[in-house]
Ligand binder design. Structure first.
Ligand code: CUA
Length: 157
């Protein structure tokens, strides 16, 4: 079979690039220890024991300092526990979320808060709310027949 010279060059180039990419991936993963976020500090627990596992045994808003709060929130079909939170303007909230049944979403449109609520996993982010108002919290993962009704509010006064 005759292979054109340009095709040979192109094939060699393609195969060489494949190996270059695999080597780069291998070096970054195994030699440089690059990994997915959070994989070094595993925040996993038994998903059937949400209500017994701290901090989810006591969901709600906890004040951790002057204008700093921690919000421990559990998603379920089809709502959130607690179903509403209220903080003064200028507060920084650290959200710690999980789910007690299937995967749910925890999104506050207009902010960078957008977490997956995964059974048996703790996901976390924080945000400072400077503007008073009512913020919508909604589920952005299809989770069942009541998905479109799964929402709650964050009130910043
Ligand atoms: Cu919960 Cu969609």
């Amino acid at each position: 079979m005759h292979i054109h010279r340009l095709e040979k060059i192109w094939l060699t180039f393609g195969i060489a690039m494949l190996f270059v990419f695999l080597i780069v991936l291998g070096i970054s993963a195994f030699a440089m220890g690059m990994d997915t976020p959070n994989s070094h500090e595993h925040h996993s627990f038994d998903p059937t024991k949400v209500s017994e596992t701290p901090p989810f045994d006591n969901p709600g808003l906890i004040q951790t300092g002057d204008k700093s709060y921690e919000a421990v929130i559990i998603g379920y079909g089809f709502g959130y526990t607690p179903d509403e939170i209220e903080v003064p303007a200028g507060s920084t909230i650290v959200f710690k979320v999980t789910s007690s049944d299937v995967v749910h979403g925890f999104e506050i449109p207009g902010t960078n808060v957008n977490l997956m609520m995964i059974p048996g996993e703790v996901n976390q982010t924080s945000h400072t709310f400077n503007k008073p108002g009512e913020y919508l919290i909604l589920c952005n993962e299809y989770c069942g027949v009541g998905h479109q009704m799964m929402a709650s509010r964050l009130i910043v006064r």
